[in-house]
Structures are given as structure tokens and as C-alpha cells.
Ligand binder design. Structure first.
Ligand code: ADP
Length: 590
């Protein structure tokens, strides 16, 4: 194939230029015209390459014209001879730019490279009409042949140079490729030797080890010479395994191109290792070129797998045990639940019974209280009669009675008085339980003042000292009941003094959050800890009538009254060190 050369790149050497100059000089002289030219095309221009050194030649080397309506342009495009004897008479050329230079006739030929491309033109021009003789035409053609001969030589030389250059380039490329191949081979070789897996090549179909890498030797404990050249049978744990792997692996290679399977190899020292063996033919189209294989020691993986399996089994066993235990516990819980339910049902039944008993008890209590109230009330009239008659005996018949009789009468009066007090207290107590009680804010100052006034004769009689640490707050309460309660406490504080000791009573209050605690403190005989609860029950007394007279109802009234007002009572005391009774009620007002 003729390759394409870029003819524009071809340089015209100086000695050729010289020859062409001589040629155009001679041409102008032989033809007898002022101008003979060699033009070179360099699109879009055409340039004067050589101009004859002749008399009256208006053209100079290096002159350039755009390719626009020139004689030479016509020659180039037609690639043929052009003769214009007189442009002035030819309408096609009447506007020709050469006319301005005085050139009226033209004869030219194209100059072609051997590949047919245009170099330029060779032409003669004259200042007068000139049809050019055949000899002149011949001379011009001779010159053209000379120039085209040179062009052919230059073209061939250029081509040769190009071919030489290409050959050199191809050789350099081949050298590079060879070097790359050498390097890649070296890399592959070192990879083969240093790879962390065993690698080898076996022949097919007789399975002889052709080459093995260091890793494989190290894995199995053999020297390279001990393996290369021997049948792979030496690697396997047993001949049976060797045959099985051969059968299955080659079947897989034929089917998928590669074969991979787990097997067991026997090391030189007899140890058996688990390996993952992968094989593939070097050339899938020709197994006889050898089969490559890789060997990965997976003994530790196998061991891990075994441990994992064992662990899993243990775990499952434990889960089974746990589940069984849990199921037992669930059953036990269910049993307990049932027992609890039964117990609850019993309890509910007992509760229902208790509620009904309580209701009955309350009714009986109310009945009893109503009965006690009416009995106490009814007792008063006969008692007053008894006391009145005994009193009359003492006053009106005192002279008729002997001392013993008088003493009996006096005792009747005293007993009647005591009984009267008892009935009075009982009635009070009873009324506290039945009476409607509306709670309102009550100032404690007023309550205390009323009590002190009420007990003033008693205080005076005993020479006692009563101190009130006011001002005292308001409480939610019922004033009459409050006066009653406090009077009982202060009365006891005056009464239970040790013989010969001046009673000292102190009253004060504490407010905490929404509660007010009113304290009544004395310097009396005190109360042993074990009695401090029972003294609030009715008829509970710790002393005989002779030492400390009383009914045993006072503190019962205190407790009932305070509880009816939504409060609590209590005492702090020690024998011989006085007592401190307290009453706690809700704070009154806002
Ligand atoms: P009474 O005073 O009529 O005996 P109370 O119910 O008021 O009955 O008191 C019951 C008992 O509690 C009293 O008999 C007494 O033993 C004891 N008691 C009450 N107040 C005091 C006190 N301030 N100091 C010592 N003992 C007291």
C-alpha cells in the first residue's frame, strides 16, 4: 500500500534550489521572455519559489498571492497545460492581476510530486502577445521534467528516511515490550516463590510435580528436590484420597475451568494437615501444558470449626437444662399463685365476716352507750336522794346519832359525791361519742384563758404556778370540747404532784406544716413507760383513791375528744421527772 507522505514537509535542499534557479534563468533566455517562474503552492497562497534573473522581470522570490483568479491557479486545479496568448483579447482573463504588471501572455505547466499531489507550477510570461512556438513549449516541458525529476528524488529520499525512522521506533517499542515482559516474569517468579500459599505445577494426565514454591515445601517439610519430579501421590494422606481428589477435581475443572476442594495432605514427618486445594489448567485448550494449583493450610480453621461446633453443642445443652429449670419454676409459680388465690379468697371471706361483725359490734356499742347514758342519767335522782337524806341525818339528827352512826352517814355522803362525779364524767364521755361536732378555727389563747379561769380556785388552793408561753396559734376544733380536754390535762398536771412539791405547769405550742402541737408539762410524779398507753383507756388508774382521787375517765375523755376533732394525743414521761402531754390538731384558718 502506498503510504501517504505529507509533501508540504519535504524541504527543498539548497543545491536543488540553485539548479532550479539556473533552469529558470536559462528558460527565460531560451524562450526570450522577461519572466520564467517556479511557483510553490502553500494553500491558501501561491508563492514565487524561483524567478528568472532576467531583464524586466517584475516577479521576485517570496512574492505571495492569494489563490484568486490566477493563471497558475487554473493550472493547478486542472493539473494541465495553460496557454493564454493575449489576456487582453480573452474575456476570461481580461481582469487578471498580472495585467497590471504588464504581463499579457502566459504559458504554464503543473509541477507534480510522484504521488500526484501538486508542488506548484512552472511558467513563462511575456509583455506582448505570444502564442509560443512548439520549440518554446518543448523547452518549458524539458524544464518541467527536470524539476519533477528532482521532486521524485526528494520524495523517495524523504520516504526512505521516514521508513528508517519508523523502523527505529518499532525496534525501540519491541525493546520496551521485551523489558516489560522480563520484569513481569521476574515479578511472577518472586510472587510464585514468596506467596503465602503453596503453589505448584503438575503434568497432565500423569500428575507429576513439575515445580513447587518454597511455601509448599515449608508447609509439608520437604526440600524442593524431594518433591519436583515425583507423583502428587506423595502429598496425600492416602491413595484413596489421591484417587478421589483426582476424579472429582478434574471433573470440576472440565466443567467450570477451575477445581477447588478440601482434602488432607501428609507431611514428611507423618503429620496430617487439612488443606484447601484449587487447580486450573495453564491453557484451558491444552491440559498437557500443565495444571497449576494452590494449597492453603486450613488446619487451624478446621480446629476452630470443631471447637465452635463443640461449644455450640454445649450451649444448646445448657439452654435445654435452663429451659427445663425454667419450666419447673413456672409450674411452681403457678402452684404458688393458686395457693395465693385461695388464701386471698379466704382473706376476703374473713374480711367480709369482719366487716359484718364490726357493723354488729358498732350497733351493739351504740346500744350499750345509749343504755349507759340513760342508766347514768337515771341513777342521778336516787343518788341525790341518798345524799340528801344522809346529809339531813348529819345536820338534823346529829344529836341522836352516836359517833359511829355519824361516821357512817358521813361516808354515805362521800360515796354519793364520788359516784356523782363518776356519773358526771361518764355522761360527759358518752356525750362526746354521740354529739355532732362542727370544726371551726379556734384561738388556743382563748381556750387556755378559759381553762386557767375555770381552774383558778384549784391553782390557788395548791399554790401552783401555771406558765403560758403565748401567743398561741389557732386550730381547727370545737371550742367546748377543747376547753374540756385541756382542763382535764391541766387538772391532772396540778393533781399528780409529789407530796410537798409546788406544782409547776407550763403550756406552749409548736407549729409544723399544717399541724399544731399543744404541750402541757408538769413537774409531777411521772408515768412509767409501760403505763403510758393504757392510761388513755377508760377506768385505767395507777393509784388508789386515798393518794390521788379520781374516776379514771379524764384521759379517756381527752383522747375521745381529740380524735373526734381529727387529732392525736400522747405523752412523754419518766417516773419522778414529770410528764409532758401533747395534743396535735390541724392548724386553723388559712
Ligand atoms: P384520774 O385522774 O381520774 O385518775 P385520768 O384518766 O385523768 O383519771 O388519769 C388516769 C391515770 O393516769 C391517773 O390515775 C394517773 O395515774 C395517771 N396520770 C394522769 N395524768 C398524770 C400526770 N400529769 N402525772 C402523772 N400521772 C398522771
Amino acid at each position: 500500500m502506498e503510504e501517504r507522505l505529507d509533501v508540504q514537509q519535504i524541504e527543498i535542499p539548497e543545491e536543488v534550489v540553485q539548479r532550479w534557479q539556473e533552469a529558470v534563468d536559462l528558460l527565460a533566455r531560451l524562450v526570450g521572455v522577461p519572466a520564467a517562474l517556479i511557483m510553490r503552492v502553500e494553500p491558501p497562497f501561491i508563492e514565487v519559489f524561483r524567478a528568472s534573473r532576467s531583464e524586466g522581470n517584475p516577479y521576485h522570490v517570496g512574492d505571495r498571492e492569494a489563490l484568486a483568479g490566477l493563471y497558475c491557479e487554473k493550472v493547478i486545479t486542472s493539473k494541465g497545460r495553460l496557454l493564454v496568448p493575449d489576456a487582453r483579447k480573452d474575456p476570461a482573463w481580461a481582469q487578471n492581476p498580472d495585467l497590471k504588471l504588464g504581463m499579457v501572455s502566459y504559458l504554464g505547466y503543473p509541477l507534480l510530486w510522484p504521488n500526484g499531489e501538486v508542488f506548484g507550477t512552472i511558467c513563462v510570461l511575456d509583455t506582448k502577445e505570444n502564442p509560443y512556438t512548439p520549440e518554446q513549449d518543448q523547452t518549458l516541458r524539458q524544464c518541467r521534467n527536470l524539476v519533477e525529476g528532482h521532486l521524485a528524488l526528494l520524495y523517495q529520499a524523504h520516504r526512505l528516511q521516514r521508513m528508517l525512522q519508523e523502523k527505529e521506533e518499532a525496534e525501540a517499542k519491541a525493546r520496551e515490550a521485551e523489558e516489560a515482559l522480563r520484569q513481569s516474569e521476574a515479578r511472577l517468579r518472586s510472587l510464585f516463590q514468596a506467596a503465602p500459599v503453596g503453589i505448584g505445577l503438575v503434568s497432565y494426565p500423569d500428575r507429576v510435580l513439575l515445580s513447587v514454591n518454597d511455601r509448599l515445601c515449608a508447609m509439608l517439610g520437604y526440600a524442593r528436590e524431594e518433591l519436583e519430579g515425583r507423583n502428587t501421590l506423595v502429598l496425600y494422606e492416602s491413595e484413596e484420597e489421591y484417587l478421589r481428589v483426582g476424579r472429582e477435581k478434574y471433573a470440576e475443572i472440565r466443567e467450570r475451568g477451575v477445581g477447588s476442594m478440601e482434602t488432607r495432605f501428609r507431611c514428611k514427618d507423618g503429620r496430617v494437615i487439612h488443606v484447601l486445594l484449587s487447580s486450573a489448567p495453564l491453557d484451558p485448550g491444552d491440559y498437557s501444558r500443565g495444571i497449576t494449583f494452590t494449597v492453603l493450610d486450613i488446619t487451624h480453621l478446621k480446629e476452630a470449626e470443631r471447637v465452635l461446633r463443640q461449644y455450640t453443642e454445649e450451649l444448646e445443652e445448657r439452654v435445654r437444662e435452663r429451659t427445663a429449670r425454667l419450666e419447673e419454676q413456672v409450674a411452681e409459680t403457678a402452684r404458688l399463685n393458686r395457693a395465693l388465690t385461695n388464701l386471698l379468697e379466704d382473706l376476703q371471706a374473713a374480711n367480709r365476716k369482719l366487716a359484718s361483725t364490726t357493723r354488729q359490734l358498732e350497733a351493739a356499742n351504740q346500744e350499750l352507750e345509749a343504755f349507759a347514758y340513760s342508766v347514768s342519767h337515771d341513777l342521778r335522782a336516787p343518788l341525790r336522794a341518798m345524799e340528801g337524806f344522809a346529809q339531813a341525818l348529819l345536820e338534823d339528827y346529829t344529836a341522836d346519832l352516836d359517833p359511829t352512826a355519824r361516821e357512817y352517814a358521813r361516808r354515805i355522803v362521800a360515796a354519793a359525791e364520788r359516784m356523782n362525779a363518776l356519773i358526771h364524767d361518764l355522761l360527759l364521755y358518752s356525750r362526746l361519742g354521740r354529739q355532732e361536732m362542727r370544726l371551726v378555727p379556734v384561738p388556743l389563747d382563748r381556750v387556755v384563758a378559759a381553762v386557767v379561769e375555770e381552774l383558778a380556785p384549784e391553782i390557788q388552793r395548791r399554790g401552783a404556778q401555771v406558765t403560758v408561753e403565748g401567743p398561741l396559734p389557732e386550730v381547727e376544733g370545737h371550742e367546748t370540747t377543747l376547753v374540756q380536754v385541756l382542763a382535764n390535762l391541766v387538772d391532772n398536771a396540778l393533781k399528780f404532784a409529789a407530796p410537798g412539791v409546788q406544782p409547776q405547769v407550763r403550756l406552749w405550742a409548736e407549729t409544723k406544716d399544717e399541724a399544731v402541737r399543744l404541750w402541757v408539762e408538769d413537774n409531777g410524779i411521772g408515768i412509767a413507760l409501760e403505763h403510758q398507753e393504757r392510761i388513755f383507756r377508760i377506768f385505767e388508774r395507777l393509784h388508789g383513791q386515798e393518794t390521788y382521787p379520781g374516776t379514771g375517765v379524764g384521759l379517756a375523755i381527752v383522747r375521745r375528744g381529740v380524735e373526734r376533732m381529727g387529732g392525736h394525743v400522747g405523752v412523754e414521761s419518766e417516773v419522778g421527772k414529770g410528764s409532758r402531754f401533747w395534743v396535735q390538731l390541724k392548724k386553723g384558718g388559712r
